[in-house]
Write a protein that binds this ligand. Structure first.
Ligand SMILES: NC(=O)c1ccc[n+]([C@@H]2O[C@H](COP(=O)([O-])OP(=O)(O)OC[C@H]3O[C@@H](n4cnc5c(N)ncnc54)[C@H](OP(=O)(O)O)[C@@H]3O)[C@@H](O)[C@H]2O)c1
Length: 279
């Protein structure tokens, strides 16, 4: 297969590239510097030249609080950029995989979200990712929308990936205890994406590790696995956390029964976190 990955140097993009290359597939995974998705002419032209069998769209403005500060950049990258990528895919009729988020939901349901539940994003990040979903699903029918939550992994620059390192350096860390979702190990996510492609699945599907936790519980589990003694973890309500700009869904666990019914079961998050920390 010829695989085109946008955001190829990001956390998910890097792991996807490696996984497809290991399978012997031909991979084109440019960085933002090489190919900016908001440059329509270049984006569509490149897709036409590469003519991939499949394009996995990982590029996004992923800083949830940053999106509130720079709304224009959030809209341009996550909506307009996604539109251009989807238009390019439609032109060459290649399948498009779009990475979306649990932040499309408001978290008020009180139980895990199914794919068909009605989105109601609370933040600019969630809104722009949802608009991206609309472009992907309206510009052509050959698409997979993968909704993911709280990704962690070896090459991640996000909080979920870097918290273990922070916990080794700091004496005290304050973590929210009323924002709950399912952590997702990038290696499991990549396996699930490859499974869905091979299965010829089309439509929206939730992919996250099984189980759920707050950031505080996530920190406690890291502390336990790494046996870090001299760190104090302090639970705090999200509302009291002054540094945050974006509102978050308080309970955005994604139900993965559709993925399971297709024949793919994600490991429990604690199991995958242990593997990540051991690596
Ligand atoms: N990480 C999570 O917890 C999480 C949860 C749910 C959904 N997702 C979704 O999963 C996807 C992958 O996330 P990730 O964790 O791999 O994010 P990431 O590590 O932040 O990677 C995103 C990549 O997109 C690139 N990018 C940003 N603007 C671009 C532009 N205009 N043109 C081309 N490339 C651009 C970034 O390049 P620069 O570094 O140069 O800016 C970066 O390499 C995203 O769509 C995200 O919304 C992530």
């Amino acid at each position: 297969m010829k695989v085109f990955i946008t955001g190829g140097k990001g956390l998910v993009g890097t792991f996807l590239s490696d996984a497809f290359m290991d399978r012997g597939d031909e991979v084109y995974a440019p960085s933002r510097k090489d190919l900016d998705i908001t440059d329509r002419e270049k984006m569509v032209k490149t897709i036409k030249i590469v003519k991939p069998d499949i394009l996995i769209h990982c590029a996004a403005f992923t800083d949830v609080d940053g999106c509130e500060i720079d709304k224009k950049k959030a809209y341009l990258t996550n909506v307009v950029g996604t539109q251009y990528v989807a238009e390019g895919c439609a032109e060459v009729k290649c399948r498009m995989v779009y990475l979306s988020t649990d932040f499309v939901f408001d978290g008020k349901k009180g139980s895990p979200y199914f794919e068909a539940d009605t989105p109601n994003p609370l933040s600019i990040y969630g809104q722009t990712k949802l608009l991206g979903e609309y472009y992907v699903s309206h510009l052509h029918q050959n698409f997979i929308i993968v909704r993911v939550s709280r990704i962690f992994g070896e090459k991640g620059r996000n909080f979920a990936s870097s918290l273990p390192f922070l916990m080794k350096e700091e004496k005290k860390i304050v973590l929210t205890d009323n924002i709950v979702n399912s952590p997702t190990y990038v290696v499991d996510l990549v396996e699930a994406i490859i499974f869905l492609i091979k299965k010829n699945f089309l439509g929206i599907v939730n992919v996250c590790n099984r189980g759920e936790c707050s950031w505080y519980e996530y920190g406690l589990k890291i502390k336990e696995i790494m046996n870090i003694k001299d760190i104090e973890l302090v639970p705090i309500e999200f509302e009291k956390f002054v540094n945050r700009k974006a509102e978050r869904p308080c309970y955005s666990v994604l139900d993965t029964s559709l993925l399971e019914s297709l024949g793919f079961s994600m490991p429990q998050w604690e199991t995958s976190l242990k593997i990540y920390l051991e690596r």
